[in-house]
Ligand binder design. Structure first.
Ligand code: GDP
Length: 193
């Protein structure tokens, strides 16, 4: 299918949050996990989402409309940036909570996990928070072109156990396109019922 995605809205504060009637899939992950690169890959464009050399720079919530399907991919600000102040971290948590809670059109959260790292506490905190709220989690191992196949498989199994899911997380690479068409299929399944 000839899909396009376009940035339709960017917000920075809770007071700017509005209900969106269309189904949404949110993207979450630690700073530098490869979230902007993934958005750009899906968009087939190099610079739609800013690829930051300085992690922790993006503090906004970006709404991308997927055409012609009509649902939204909502890019949440990256978390876990070490140099970020406590106030900033709290601000992040509040904005995300406000977005996630009571959002009946939020169909799933794609949680981006760095394929080069063992499961990180901060990622598990997010996934258990989502699980508690009953929000489906789409785990994605980013930068999957980097680790050896065996390492990747091991990590996939670790995350499968942690998340208690039937399927293995998706291996994705913005560099090679690994997992891209599968990711679209998964998004479509959640967003369009
Ligand atoms: P964000 O902070 O989560 O938006 O991360 P970025 O998309 O800005 O990526 C962080 C760094 O990881 C950049 O240097 C990217 O070039 C690199 N990166 C992102 N995705 C991939 C990938 O699939 N493969 C490889 N090898 N590097 C990647």
């Amino acid at each position: 299918m000839n899909r396009t995605i376009e940035l339709v809205k960017t917000i920075y504060e809770i007071k700017q949050l509005e209900d969106v009637d269309e189904p949404q899939i949110a993207l979450a992950g630690r700073s530098n996990v490869g979230k902007s690169s993934l958005v750009n890959r899906l968009a087939g464009r190099k610079k739609l989402a800013k690829i930051s050399s300085k992690p922790g720079k993006t503090r906004s919530l970006n709404y991308y409309r997927v055409n012609p399907d009509g649902y939204y991919i909502v890019d949440l600000p990256g978390y876990g940036y070490a140099k970020c102040s406590k106030t900033e971290r709290e601000k992040w948590a509040k904005l995300i909570e406000a977005y996630i809670r009571d959002n009946r059109q939020l169909k799933a959260v794609a949680v981006l996990l760095d394929s080069r790292l063992t499961p990180q506490k901060i990622d598990m905190e997010l996934t258990s928070y989502l699980a508690k709220l009953g929000i489906p989690i789409i785990p994605i191992l980013t930068k999957s072109d980097k680790p050896k196949q065996r390492e990747r498989a091991k990590l996939q199994n670790q995350w499968k156990d942690i998340l208690q899911q039937d399927k293995l997380p998706l291996c994705f690479s913005s560099k090679t396109g690994m997992g891209e068409s599968k990711l679209w299929d998964i998004f479509t399944d959640y967003a369009i019922d």
